[in-house]
Ligand binder design. Structure first.
Ligand SMILES: NC(=O)C1=CN([C@@H]2O[C@H](COP(=O)(O)OP(=O)(O)OC[C@H]3O[C@@H](n4cnc5c(N)ncnc54)[C@H](OP(=O)(O)O)[C@@H]3O)[C@@H](O)[C@H]2O)C=CC1
Ligand SMILES: O=C(O)C1=N[C@H](C(=O)O)C[C@H](O)C1
Length: 269
């Protein structure tokens, strides 16, 4: 039996689930040992490779996460907030590295991870790509250099199946801008403008979301001053960038102490 870290993918049939399965399967640094889907899903009990329209893989899709986690070293989870909360408890029980890409988690969801991080290495980020994590650092630096005469707006675009807004990435970028400016995002966030909104509040950090077609993910951080604008932009054209980052995080977590980490820790940024 190989001693490469064994990885389980949750939400196996999803857009990211399938991309993660391909990424882990093609990697020579890890092996795919489990695939989890929701009870009642068509894929349950089927060979994963066959379900994905390819050759048999030897991994049977299960709706029993605890069973899948028991033979693994890491779980990569891009699903939904309620599912991620449940997976976090089970990953802690099995002492796994839990890589969380799920977005749209509220304060309660995030607080629920804390006790799990006493037993599991949790790496969570709204975006696992190298490019966006670099952009986050750049955003913080630019915001540090500019005062509130420069209005900050985060504009994001995603495919028409996305269920949460602003995107996890937009919130990461907004947090970085707020940190650079030395303010709390929660007290300065402005989103969903419609109707007679009144003039823009000085110092606000604005968010706008576009949804359409098959857009993978695009993010602009706009710094609008008097007579000039700076735009920092990231364009994702392939979901493989998120999957590669997530696999890197799962491997990185193997020799770390339990706790909560993000992609900045993984990438050393
Ligand atoms: N951090 C990052 O870098 C990135 C994060 N994301 C985030 O990842 C998440 C998933 O995105 P995407 O793949 O596009 O979405 P999809 O809807 O395509 O996939 C989500 C998958 O999770 C499954 N799922 C939901 N609830 C459960 C459950 N209780 N048990 C088992 N499986 C469950 C869904 O099953 P079912 O269809 O039956 O509901 C589905 O297969 C989103 O939050 C998205 O924002 C996406 C890309 C990058
Ligand atoms: O749902 C998506 O697709 C994506 N979600 C993440 C987010 O909310 O920022 C990352 C990426 O932009 C794709």
């Amino acid at each position: 039996m190989s001693d490469l870290p064994g990885i389980v993918i949750t939400g196996a049939s999803g857009r990211m689930g399938q991309m993660l399965i391909r990424t882990v399967t093609e990697s020579d640094k890890a092996r795919l040992v489990g695939a989890v889907e929701r009870a009642g899903h068509d894929w349950i009990g089927q060979d994963l490779g066959t379900a994905m329209g390819g050759a048999p893989s030897g991994v049977i899709v299960t709706d029993d996460p605890l069973e899948a986690f028991s033979g693994a070293q890491a779980v990569i989870d891009f699903t939904a907030p309620a599912a991620t909360r449940e997976f976090a408890k089970l990953a802690a029980q099995a002492r796994l590295t839990h890589v969380i890409g799920t977005t749209g988690m509220d304060e309660d969801d995030i607080a629920a991870l804390k006790p799990c991080a006493r037993h599991a290495v949790i790496v969570r980020a709204g975006n696992m790509s190298l490019g966006v994590n670099l952009l986050t650092q750049l955003t913080k630096k630019v915001a540090q250099a500019l005062d509130a005469d420069w209005d900050i707006e985060v504009i994001e675009a995603h495919h028409n199946k996305k269920v949460d807004a602003p995107s996890g990435t937009a919130l990461m970028l907004g947090e970085a801008a707020a940190e650079g400016r030395g303010i709390a995002l929660s007290e300065n966030r402005e989103s969903g403008r419609d109707g007679i909104t009144g003039a823009r509040k000085r110092g606000a950090i604005g968010f706008s979301a576009i949804r359409g077609g098959d857009i993978v993910g695009e993010h602009d951080v706009l710094f609008a001053g008097l007579g000039e604008r700076i735009i920092l932009r990231h364009v994702a054209t392939d979901r493989a960038i998120f999957a590669r980052g997530a696999l890197k995080a799962a491997l990185w977590g193997q020799d770390k102490a339990p706790g909560e980490y993000d992609m900045m820790d993984v990438l050393g940024l």
